[in-house]
Design a binder for this molecule. Structure first.
Ligand code: AMP
Length: 115
């Protein structure tokens, strides 16, 4: 059996997380090392390793994750805009091998990264 990812351990309550959303398909938690005043991670319960491993079978899940991002952004008061980042693979700067969407907002963002 493969080891649980960090995010699966948070989903399972083995490691604490600051939850801002939970539903049948995904959760959202505040990033432990925020790069902006609002920095939330939207994470599928299914431990898909990265965006590159999403398949046609995950079609509905992919849509649900994006709709959840927009919903949380509204909930967090980001009416002036925000950034969504999906770091993918080693060269993409991904450090946790469990798909997650960063929502960054609450300040003016420039460039293309999470910083
Ligand atoms: P990435 O580099 O795209 O894989 O992003 C992983 C993110 O997870 C980073 O922004 C980390 O700050 C964040 N992170 C790591 N451990 C935790 C944790 N225990 N709770 C919340 N966020 C975390």
């Amino acid at each position: 059996m493969t080891a649980k990812t960090l995010f699966t351990r948070i989903i399972d309550g083995e490691i604490p997380g600051q939850f801002v959303h939970q539903d049948e398909h995904c959760i959202a938690i505040r990033d432990i090392n925020p790069a902006a005043p609002v920095h939330v991670l939207v994470i599928p319960r299914k431990p898909v390793p990265s965006l590159a491993e999403l398949t046609a079978e995950d079609h509905a899940l992919a849509g649900h994750l994006l709709l959840t991002v927009a919903r949380i952004a509204r909930q967090e008061g980001l009416e002036n805009g925000y950034r969504v980042v999906i770091n993918t693979g080693e060269e993409g700067g991904q450090t946790v091998p469990h798909l997650h969407l960063h929502i960054l907002g609450g300040r003016a963002l420039s460039g293309h990264g999470t910083a």
